[in-house]
Every structure is written in structure tokens, then in C-alpha cells.
Design a protein around this ligand. Sequence first.
Ligand SMILES: [Zn+2]
Length: 712
Amino acid sequence: MSYLNQNLAEFNYLKHLVLLYGDGKNPWTKERLKYYVAHLCNDGKPDDWLFDSFLFINTKSTSGRDYVADINLGKSMSGEGDFFTICSPNPANKLDWENLLDFYFGEDGALSTLDETIKELSGVITPPQSLRNVVLTLPYPHITQKEFGILNPNGKILNFSVTGQNLTQATRSRLEAEIWFVERIVDLWSKARFSNINLLGLYWIFETVYRSWEIDDHFLLKELRKHINSRGLKFVWIPFYATYNFHLLENYKDYYFDIAFLQPNFLFYKNGKCIEKAVAVAKKTGAGIELEYYMDLDEPISIKNEKHLRFRKYLNAGVTHGYMTQSACAHFQGVDSLEKMYHHPDPIEREFYEDIYLFVKGTYQAKPYPPVPSGSYFIPRKRVAISIDLGGTRLRMGVVDALGKVIHYRQESTPKTRQEIIDRIVINVKEGLRFAKAEGFKVIGIGISTGGRVDFENGVIVDSTSLLPDWKEVPIKKIIEEQINIPVFVDHDGHCAALGERSFGKGKSSSNFISIVLGTGIAGGIYVAGKLLRGTSNFTSEIGHISVDPSGPKCSCGSYGCVELFSSGSGIERWAREKVLSGVQFGNVKDLSAKAIGDAARSGETFAIDLLKSAGEKLGVAATGLVNVFNPDLIIISGSLVELPDIYFQAFEETLRRRAIRPTADKLEIVFSDFSQDAGVIGAAALVFGQIEYDGCQNNMEQPDNRGGADD
Ligand SMILES: [Zn+2]
């Protein structure tokens, strides 16, 4: 099967249907409708059409009585399980239903206003090829309504309840009222003689089909649909995501409805089901997809940011899953959201206005998700990640909160053997858990940043360098998860550092940057168009193994003269030793560590100054290649070598700026990370938060439990 295709002649070329919520007190004016009928330029002038179909929905009459019933969604709010109809204690009666007809068909009613709006815009924009579609909502016949009213002069007062009659009689009364309402619409429409709109169908406002000892909506809908079809109209439904509704969708065209859109519930409910799952059901059952925009742009910022991210996902999924151009789509936009977006001072909101327009046109292209905001809104602060940063020299552990702040920290020397490393990681994780428990934090995941090549999907250390000689073919994710029942994510240390910069650091505002970690070795991460490059096997960003001297010493990777052999912590030491062995004079030959060389350079030792300068130059040569290839606007330096004297970094930057292609180099900024030695720990935490937030189909994404305030 496929989606409910868009652009079908039988549905008058329905593509994108916008839901227009209203109430009798706030009529639709041309001024308000134009935001949905046309796309407006910055100066307010219309330059293109927008939605092709319009669904008018009122939930209450002007006297405050209900047109719509509630659904009991159960405790989960996920739309699973025992939901039943909750009819209103204040149900609309016949007068209220007539009041709704007046809202639709009155002199300045919604329909004549829409017709006029399209007519006026057709003088400015090339008229659309087909009439714009209208769908009108039928009020729900509440079973709490015992005195609906009299429909014909000889009739009696209709009773929708099972009080004083059986279920069949109650259901027939409800059906009679609905059919009367349909007939009124058909009659009023034919008299109105609109010239720019087509009455496509009628909308059933209740989001499931329910039957009990007092309600029989199955019978009601089957009969009502026959009547609607007999008038040449379609019956339209937008159920929410629930297995019960999927079962109804399977045969919906045979029994109940002509057009159905599945609402993924991704924006509002606690366990936001993945769009992907809704897409699968829609394709299986021949339904369309409903997109949900955030309801109220004046909500507290914490909710707004969460919804921004989710809405971006909705739009992007429309491209990746094809519903933007293949499926009929419904657009739930709350009340006046599009108008508010258009005028919004926040550029993020304004951008959504343009993106919705492109989406409706079918030319939107997926955009990167916004970086995790510094006050991460999916995951309140009291949730933490435990991070392990395994370097060639040091093993670090941190407990990191959702704002990227390290709230507990330990470090020790890296053990030499594989088993010792694993043992120490477990001991450190347990220490992090102890701390988190004592402080009342919830650990949502464990992130491991490690040297060596990592099979990211499976959490396996595939291979390593001489810096971690016994660190190969280690299924570290499996090993840790078996001992500690918390999800573990593992990545290359260079990737982790870049993820940390993007989420919490200097990379927040850049989509194209290179993170370089200078420690015992040299690692890095490359962001292009907002995405971390992972390559075929996640083995990207091995910046340390860019050769800067083809006839240089052999590297553990198999190549020769890799920059890591000269410019990293171990490389500076190796190079110093080589020079000393070749007879160069240096005051203290016992300690040739990068730190000692740095200290010696600060005290004016010529040998150390020259060595650091050369090491910086080699790094500059390697970085020149990267900059020329990837054209970043930012390089972020982190790692233990940030403690080295300026001479090293001056040589690096000077070489890079001199050698890189001019316009590229001119636009480039080079900065130190805010995290210095914490880059790995913060990066491993960003890995955890990122995986659980964005890819968490099965991770039951929960809403923040402190709505309205990120700082608890
Ligand atoms: Zn190498």
C-alpha cells in the first residue's frame, strides 16, 4: 500500500489541508485568512498560494456548549489502551448546531470570507488550477444530550441518551440529527453560489470510533457515511496514533471514511511516538499524515524549544519519508500559529513560516536539527550522563548534567592491559552512579570516549594505535551493559569532542567546524552542514594520521611521518628524543615530555622553543589540507596540549593562514575550546544526550517534568 495519495481527481486534487480552529466570538476575517490562503513576502504582499484545502473546526458554540467530546487517554497519554468517550456535561443542542451553520454560512461567515479572500488574491496571484477545497466539521452528538431539539414540525424532541429508550433508538436519534445537519449544509451551500471554493467533504471530529452499552458510533458512522456520499461529499477523519485506531484504519474506506489522516501525536504526548511508526501505519492503511505545529507561541521558552526541534523533525521526515510530496497532509496549527510565525521577531519562528510554505509547495529540503540548546529542554538538569574519557595517558570519569556541566570528576593513569582498562572503567562508572544516587540525579546513559577506531553502531573498539596497545576488538558496550543495566554509547574521542562542542561549546553556532583534540595523540571531528562526518565505518577524522613528511618515521597506523609523530604529546616527546639522540644539546635530557618541553620553552630554552615551533608548523600543514577540503568557518582546539606555550599555537596558526587557500583562510576563526581537558568527558555526555534525544525511537522520550523552568 501507499499513503493516501495527494492530487487525486476524486478528492479534487487535495494536497495540503490546514485545520482552522475558531469560535463564534472570533469570526474569520480576510485579514486572518490570508495567512493560510497565500504566502506573503516580507513586505506583506502575497506572491503565491499556500494551502489548497481548508478544514473549519469549532469546538464550542458562542454560548459555550460543546461540539466535541473528550477521549479518556488513560494514564500513559500515549493513546494506547482503554480510551472511551467522555461526553460533555454541557453538550451543544440544536440551537448551537444552527449557530455553527451560521458561523459557516452567515453573511460575514467563514465561507463567504474565504471565497472573497481567494477571489481578491486571484487578482494578484495567478488563479489556482482547481477550486480550493473546504471541509466542514460535524458536531459530535453527545449522549449526555437528552433534549437536542425538534427537527420537524410534527417530530418530538430528540434524545441522544439511553435514558428511556434502548441503544438502537438513541443511535437513530443521533444519526437523524447528523443527517439533518448534512442536509442543511448541502442546502445552504447550493444557495450560496461560491465561485472559488469547492465543498469537498465533512469532518468527523471525534478521534476514534467507539462502541459501548450506551454509544454505538460504528453504526452511526457507517450510516452517516452512506448519506454523505449520496450527496457527493467525502467523509474525513483524523485519528490519533493508537493501535485501536490502526485497526479501524485498515478498512476505513470500506466502512467509515473516505479520507483519513493519521496524527502521529509526536508533538504533544508524553511518549511521543516516532513519526516513522506513524508513517509505516499510514502507508499500510492508505492514510495521509497530519503534521502538528506547536500550539502557542507564547509558551515558556522551555516548551517552545522542545517543540521547535520536534516540528523540524516533522518537516524533515516529510522529505525522508516522502509524505511531503506523495501523501495528502493535514496541518494542525493550533490557533493562528502561521500568522504569529509570520510576524514573530524570533528568526527561528520566522524561518518555520517559510519552511512550511516550501513544504506545502513540495520543495522543502531537510535542515539540520537545531543544536541542543544550552539549557537542554528535553532532559531536565537532574538527569545526568556518566562519561568515561579513555586517553592514552589518562582515564577520566565525569558526571555531566544536561547543560554540559561537569558536576563530579575523577582521573587516573590509563592502565596498560585490556582487562585492567575494562575493570577501571567499571569501577569509575560505579563511582559515578554512587555520586548520582547520593545527589538525587538520574543517570540516563553512559558515554565512552576512546582512542582507536570504534564500530559506533555496535559499541565495539575495533582497533587502536600504539597509545592503547591492548585495546582491540573490545565489545565495550556489551561488556558494560551486562554489568550495569544502563544504555552505553561509545565513540571515537575526536568525534565525542566535536559532539560536545556542537551541543555545549563553541560549536553551538557553527554548522561547519573542525574540532582538533591535542593530547597524547591527535584526534578530531568534522562537522559539515550541521552533521558530524562518520564516513563508511565511523573511521573519519583521524587527523593525527595525516602525513606531513612522507619520508618521516613509520607510524603505528602503517603510514610514514603522520602529524601525530611530531605535534601530539607523544610526538613532541618522540621528536625531542630523536633530536637529542642525534646530538642536539638540551639541558635536561631525562624528561622530554611535552609538558617539560613547554616549561623549558617558557624559560627560554632555544631547543624547546624551536621544537615547539616546528611541531606547531607540522600541525598547521596538516590542518591546511583539512581547511582546503572542508571549508570550515571555525577550528576549535582542545586537549591537554592547550597548556603548551603560545609559540606552538602561533606557529600552527601562522602556517595554516599562510598556506590555506586565501578566501577560505580569511573566513576561518581559530579558537580554544572552553572545556580544555574536560572536552572528552563533556563530549561523551553529549553523545549520550544526543543519542537519547534524537534517535530515541525506542527510548520513550519524556517531556520535562518541570515544564516552564529549565533550572531546577
Ligand atoms: Zn599514522
